[in-house]
Design a protein around this ligand. Structure first.
Ligand code: CP3
Length: 347
């Protein structure tokens, strides 16, 4: 049987239409998610494999996108580094890094064991997707993790700073400790993503949501080398990997060197220019502004078609938003987005 459409896009195979899914497609814009959230905390949903599998499948049943992304969070593997976390609903770290000594003192556990509930949930979803497909083509299953830079943004004490400048200040003052910290996060992330591939994920996505906060020199120092290490590890294991960079129009040329199978860009980047900036073998993913899903359904269709028209013929492409779907998005508009892509290339 054929590989899932999204996997074929990542393998550079010719496709009849673009695959489509939405970042953060499980979540508060769905009332079935809110119903579960009334009974369980976010961490309880993540840590119970049956519930996590159910939440993963909610948008699949409604939207019928081409991929499911496992319900989890980029913060979860930080527990394997000794961090104590919660969500309010944004991430809260009770013991953030405050000094180089804190970084030196970190001890690492195996995230495949510490976060084994993610692996159990992946196995459950993979089985459900296979059953749903019967003899037809199955939807893809994606695993994910945060990129080391983005995870570091959450794990370092921010003090008076907003927009994670606390992490940039710490890194400017303590570059050696910064590199040691990023190395430790990289080690955990590699083991975590490999375990996800072994547990049934067809491919993984690395979220570097805050890459755009960095200037090009710092991106090349504090993010790209660690991202490359992770990508090479995934490739050595035969896996495929999508790299998401938030706010990153100024980083495209550097990201093009990452070796990722697919680069996911946000709405600030013109897709036409993005295609000119990356090698032909690299797929692109994105990039509708999630705010545009609050327009009328007819306008969503128009904007989605205009996005598709920017994709040059013969180039590999996965339709998606430029960032996660927002909590009060009208669900019919998310559906209109998916349906428009599934109708095929617009005239
Ligand atoms: O895509 C999916 O459906 C899978 C689920 C998923 C979540 N977080 C669930 C979640 C994924 C892929 C993530 C990734 C994630 N988490 C990122 C990278 C993507 C991005 O948006 O940049 C980041 C930076 C985080 C950290 C994080 N976790 C934030 C900033 C928040 C608060 C977000 C908000 O909307 O308030 C979370 C909590 C979180 N993660 C929620 C969900 C559904 C909301 C929790 C709730 O329902 O109370």
């Amino acid at each position: 049987m054929n590989d899932p459409l999204l996997v074929r896009a990542l393998k550079n195979e010719p496709l009849e239409r673009a695959p489509v899914w939405l970042m953060r497609q499980a979540g508060r814009y769905l009332e079935e998610y809110r119903a579960l959230k009334a009974k369980y905390s976010f961490l309880e949903l993540c840590k119970n494999p049956e519930l996590a599998a159910e939440v993963t499948m909610q948008p699949i049943r409604f939207l019928q996108p081409d991929a499911a992304i496992i319900f989890a969070d980029i913060m979860l593997p930080a527990e394997a580094m000794g961090f104590s976390i919660d969500f309010q609903p944004g991430p809260k770290v009770f013991n953030p890094v405050r000094s180089a000594g804190d970084i030196r003192a970190l001890t690492l556990e195996d995230p495949a064991v510490k976060s084994s509930y993610v692996m159990d949930a992946l196995r459950l979803v993979r089985r459900e997707l296979e059953q749903e497909a019967g003899t037809g083509e199955r939807k893809a299953l994606l695993g994910f993790a945060g990129a080391p830079w983005t995870l570091a943004c959450y794990l370092i004490e921010q003090g008076i700073y907003k927009h994670f400048q606390g992490t940039q200040v710490f890194f400017a003052r303590e570059p050696q400790a910064a590199l040691e910290f990023l190395g430790k996060i990289t080690e955990i992330t590699e083991a975590y993503l490999l375990a996800q591939l072994e547990s049934g994920a067809d491919a993984v996505q690395l979220f570097d949501s805050w890459a755009g906060n960095l200037g090009i020199d710092d991106y090349r120092r504090f993010s790209l080398p660690f991202t490359v290490r992770i990508i090479e590890t995934i490739h050595r294991a035969g896996g495929k990997i999508i790299l998401y960079l938030g706010g990153s129009s100024h980083l495209l040329a550097a990201a093009a060197e990452s070796g990722a199978d697919c680069l996911s860009v946000d709405w600030r980047t013109d897709l036409t220019i993005a295609f000119e900036s990356v090698p032909k073998t690299m797929a692109l993913q994105g990039n509708l502004d999630p705010c545009h899903l609050y327009q009328s359904a007819a306008e969503v269709v128009q904007d989605t078609e205009s996005m598709l028209r920017r994709v040059p013929e013969q180039r590999r492409y996965i339709a998606n938003l430029g960032h996660g779907i927002l909590p009060e998005t009208p669900r019919e508009n998310a559906k209109a987005f998916v349906d428009t892509v599934k109708r095929g290339w617009p005239k």
